[in-house]
Design a protein around this ligand. Structure first.
Ligand SMILES: [Zn+2]
Length: 463
C-alpha cells in the first residue's frame, strides 16, 4: 500500500509540475506576446480647450495593437450627442478626427461642454476585451470677439517720436493685448488703473519711409481677435541729411586705431576701407541689435510721471537725433547711417546725471557706442548713454534721480569727447528732444494719462 501510494503520489506530482510549467509558459507567452499587450490607447488632445467653433478640434488616437472601437461624445451636462462611434478591423493604429460642433440633433444654449472619448484596442488582454481608455476634455465655447475701445491717446505722433494710448479690452477669457504697427513692431501693453484697462507707449521709427499706422489687438483664449485703429495725427518731419567724405588719412588713422580698439579680432586681416565698412555697417547693426534686445520689454511701474531728462550740465548739442548720413569714398557712396541719439558735449570727462530713477540694465562695452549705460525707467521708457570714459554703475543697480552714472568720453565710434544720449521706447530709439521738453511730455504723455484716469474713475464713463 505504502509503495503504491508513493508511486501514485510521485506521478500526480509530476502531472502537477507539468501543468504548472505549462501555465507558467502560457502566462509568459501571453505576457510577452504582442497580442496581449497591456498599453492603453493614446488620446492626444488638451484637457481643457477654449473654442470659438471656427477651427475644428483635432484629436489624434493611436494604439500599438490597433484600434477596435472609438466612441466620441459631446455633453453639456444634461444632453449629449454621439459624434463618432466606429468599429475598426485590425491594422488601424492611428486615427485623426477633426471635430466640429454638431449643427443638427443637439440643441444646447450652454457654453460649457465635455468632450469624452472611449477607445478600445485589439489586444487580447483583459480576457480578450482589450485595453480601454476613457478621457475627457472640458470645453468652453466663446464666439465673442474681445471688446476694445480707446479711452485716450496722444493727439499726435511725430516721425521719430513717441505717443501713448490708453484703452479698454474686455473679454471673459482675455489672452493677449498689444499694439501693432504697420512696421511689424509689437508694443506690449500693461494694465492701467483698473481691471480691463491698458496703456502702451508707441514709437514711429525714424528710418521708415511710410507713415505710421498703429492698431490695438486683443485676443482671447478661444482665438477671437479684435482690432482697433489708433487715430494719431501723424506729423512727418524732415531730418537733416549730410554727406561725409572718407579720406585715406581718416581710414589709416582714426579708423585703423578704432578697429584695433573695438574689433581687433574681426578686422585684423582687413584693408583700412574694409575696416570702416565693418565698423559702420556690421558693428553698428550689432550694437543697435544689442540695444533693441535689452530694451524690448516693458517693466510696469506704478509711477506714471517722469522728469524731463537733462543728462549733461551745460551740454551743447553737437549732433541731433535723426541725422541721415551718407558716406563717400573716392566720390562713390559706400555706406549710410541714421543717428538715433542726441550728441551733447561739455568739458572732457563731464559727469552724466540721471534725471529719473530706474534700474541699470546694461553697463559695459557695446561696439560703436563704446562704454555704454542703459537705464530702465518703467512704462517701456529707457535711456542710454554712449561713448563714456568711465562707468560708475553696474548692471542691476537701482539708480536714483540725480545720481551720477558715468563720465563722458570718446569710446566707440566717437571722435571727440561727448555724450551720445538716447531714449528708447520698447526697443525703438526715439527723439530724445521730446523727453527733454517738459511741455511736450505734459501735453503728449502725462496729461493723456491723467485724463484717462479721471475718465476711467468717473461715474459716467463716457468716451
Ligand atoms: Zn551720437
Amino acid at each position: 500500500m505504502a509503495r503504491r501510494w508513493s508511486r501514485k503520489s510521485s506521478s500526480s506530482k509530476r502531472t502537477f509540475l507539468i501543468i504548472a510549467l505549462f501555465i507558467i509558459a502560457l502566462m509568459a507567452f501571453i505576457y510577452n506576446s504582442k497580442m496581449f499587450e497591456r498599453e492603453s490607447p493614446q488620446v492626444l488632445i488638451d484637457e481643457s480647450i477654449y473654442w470659438n467653433l471656427k477651427k475644428p478640434l483635432n484629436v489624434k488616437i493611436s494604439d500599438k495593437s490597433g484600434l477596435k472601437r472609438v466612441l466620441i461624445q459631446l455633453s453639456d451636462g444634461e444632453n449629449s450627442i454621439t459624434l463618432f462611434n466606429e468599429k475598426y478591423g485590425a491594422g488601424e493604429r492611428e486615427l485623426e478626427f477633426n471635430i466640429t460642433f454638431p449643427k443638427k440633433g443637439f440643441y444646447s444654449k450652454k457654453n460649457e461642454y465635455t468632450l469624452s472619448y472611449e477607445v478600445v484596442d485589439h489586444s487580447f488582454w483583459n480576457f480578450f476585451m482589450g485595453n480601454k481608455i476613457i478621457k475627457e476634455t472640458a470645453i468652453i465655447v466663446d464666439k465673442q470677439d474681445p471688446l476694445v475701445y480707446v479711452v485716450a491717446n496722444s493727439y499726435k505722433i511725430t516721425k521719430g517720436g513717441a505717443g501713448i494710448v490708453i484703452f479698454k479690452a474686455e473679454d471673459p477669457n482675455i489672452d493677449e493685448v498689444y499694439v501693432q504697427t504697420n512696421f511689424g513692431k509689437v508694443f506690449k501693453a500693461v494694465p492701467f488703473e483698473k481691471e480691463g484697462y491698458y496703456m502702451a507707449l508707441v514709437a514711429w521709427p525714424r528710418e521708415k519711409k511710410n507713415l505710421l499706422s498703429a492698431e490695438i489687438i486683443a485676443t482671447d483664449l478661444a482665438g477671437n481677435t479684435a482690432h482697433e485703429k489708433i487715430r494719431y495725427y501723424l506729423q512727418d518731419k524732415n531730418y537733416k541729411s549730410s554727406k561725409i567724405t572718407i579720406t585715406d588719412a581718416f581710414l589709416n588713422g582714426s579708423i585703423a586705431s578704432l578697429a584695433r580698439d573695438i574689433a581687433d579680432d574681426e578686422t585684423q586681416e582687413m584693408t583700412p576701407f574694409e575696416k570702416f565698412i565693418f565698423i559702420n555697417n556690421t558693428l553698428r547693426r550689432d550694437s543697435l541689435k544689442t540695444i533693441e534686445t535689452i530694451t524690448d520689454g516693458i517693466n510696469y511701474t506704478k509711477r506714471l510721471t517722469l522728469n524731463p531728462f537733462y543728462p549733461l550740465k551745460n551740454g551743447a548739442v553737437v549732433a541731433s537725433y535723426g541725422d541721415f548720413r551718407t558716406y563717400e569714398y573716392n566720390k562713390e557712396k559706400v555706406s549710410e547711417s541714421y543717428h538715433l541719439g542726441l550728441d551733447l558735449a561739455s568739458t572732457a570727462g563731464a559727469e552724466i546725471f540721471l534725471s529719473n530713477r530706474g534700474k541699470v540694465l546694461f553697463a559695459g562695452e557695446n561696439g560703436i557706442y563704446g562704454k555704454m549705460v542703459v537705464v530702465d525707467h518703467g512704462l517701456g521708457v529707457y535711456t542710454l548713454y554712449g561713448h563714456c570714459s568711465s562707468l560708475l554703475v553696474q548692471e542691476g543697480d537701482e539708480v536714483a534721480e540725480g545720481q551720477i552714472i558715468a563720465k563722458t568720453g570718446r569710446t566707440g565710434f566717437a571722435f571727440g569727447d561727448h555724450l551720445h544720449f538716447g531714449v528708447v521706447i520698447q526697443g525703438i530709439e526715439v527723439r530724445p528732444e521730446e523727453w527733454m521738453d517738459e511741455k511736450w511730455m505734459k501735453d503728449n504723455i502725462f496729461e493723456v494719462i491723467n485724463n484717462a484716469k479721471s475718465l476711467i474713475n468717473s461715474e459716467k464713463q463716457q468716451y
